[in-house]
Design a protein around this ligand. Structure first.
Ligand SMILES: [Zn+2]
Length: 376
């Protein structure tokens, strides 16, 4: 058996790679993880959707019979933000139980936890259905790495997926879909003193926004996720006060529930707004992720987490979206759970940190889940 890897130390090693997206530049970080897994007996393949935008797929197991279990995470992180950090964002500083750094919570700690569990169990995994580890680049902007792997058919098979995003070690059965749109109205410009000879794009947009207030989603509610939502996030229009504006745009953030197809959603928004002459364009698209809580493996995950949480988990979904939906599509639709050591409320925050005790607990949870999947 290989010498024990320390999940806290590995988290620090991963934090030291600046993978702020944009531009991402995940190659060196991906290679570091790949080297550890290769040494433990995994077969590792790297896939770049653009120069140095590196995802990796690592496999171990018999490769016949039952499909392997998948653990996944992204190595890109969001920018540091406008506010000053009081800690070094890349040095892995700690204070008590807190390990600070950009990506400590979202989600290099989660990756470190499953890599350590995988290395420790490598011998057992090699004899069983096995494990596939998918580490993605480019998650924070449109799940680019995961979409690339799914679209190119590079994922092969998996019987279940654990997405190690920050959940404070509570298992969530999914999340809403996310679809962003841009809506544009156009008009005819004229001097501001003669509005009657122009066509005002901002006035049309005001009507568009009014219409959106009456929009009804094709699926109005979901048993666990609740209602889909629509928010007008930005508005732009007009160049100067004394002209009739000939162009206005808004962007929409919709959060969808299973059963709402985003192509159809775009078409139905276009149909609603067509009488105003508005044009709708899709910007970002991440499908919803959901597994029915009655699923046998989900119940096994709940059972595994119960002692640590001090209660049996109840079916809940998380507010943010993940790579999970695209990976699930690429793997042919296995059950998926979102479960990781990071603190959900600290994702993307200034002075982001992760509890080191939770990282250790996460290694135990992940080892148990990998072990049960590979039990003889
Ligand atoms: Zn994340």
């Amino acid at each position: 058996m290989a010498a024990r890897l320390d999940p806290r130390a590995l988290t620090r090693e991963l934090l030291a790679y600046n993978t702020i997206n944009p531009p991402g530049m995940e190659r060196a970080c991906a290679r570091h993880i790949g080297a550890i897994l290769e040494e433990a007996g995994f077969g590792v393949a790297y896939h770049e959707f653009a120069e140095a935008r590196t995802s990796l797929i690592a496999r171990i197991g018999r490769g016949d019979g039952r499909a392997p279990i998948c653990f996944t995470g992204h190595i890109d992180v969001v920018p540091l933000g406008g506010a000053r950090w009081t800690r070094d964002a890349f040095a892995g500083e700690s204070d008590g139980d807190r390990l600070y750094g950009r990506g400590s919570t979202d989600m290099k700690s989660g990756i470190a936890a499953f890599v350590v569990a995988a290395v420790e169990l490598a011998a057992d995994l090699a004899r069983g259905p096995g494990l596939v580890i998918v580490v993605t680049a480019g998650e924070e902007i449109g799940c680019e790495g995961a979409k690339f792997l799914a679209d190119r058919g590079l994922l092969d098979r998996a019987g279940a997926i654990v997405v190690a995003e920050p959940t404070a070690n509570y298992p969530y059965v999914g999340h809403k879909g996310l679809a962003w749109f841009e809506v544009e109205t156009t008009g005819v410009t004229a001097h501001g003193s003669m509005p009657e000879v122009g066509e005002n794009a901002i006035v049309k947009m005001a009507q568009v926004i009014g219409d959106l207030g009456h929009y009804r989603f094709p699926v109005e509610s979901h048993a666990v996720m609740g209602k889909p939502t629509l928010n007008v996030g930005t508005i732009h229009g007009g160049l100067n006060t004394n002209s009739v504006p000939d162009r206005a745009t808004i962007t929409l953030d919709t959060r969808t529930v299973p059963g709402i197809d985003h192509v159809h959603l775009c078409e139905s928004l276009q149909a609603l707004l067509a009488p105003r002459g508005a044009h709708v364009r899709r910007l970002v698209d991440t499908p919803a992720l959901y597994t029915v809580p009655e699923n046998e493996w989900i119940q096994q995950v709940f059972e595994t987490c119960a002692p640590l949480l001090g209660e049996r988990p109840t079916p809940k979904t998380i507010t943010f979206s993940t790579d999970g939906a695209d990976l699930k599509r690429g793997f042919g639709g296995p059950p998926a759970v979102i479960l990781g050591p990071g603190e959900p409320k600290l994702a993307h925050q200034t002075d982001e940190w992760c509890s080191m005790a939770r990282i250790d607990a996460s290694v135990d949870l992940f080892r148990t889940l990998m072990g049960r999947w590979n039990a003889p």
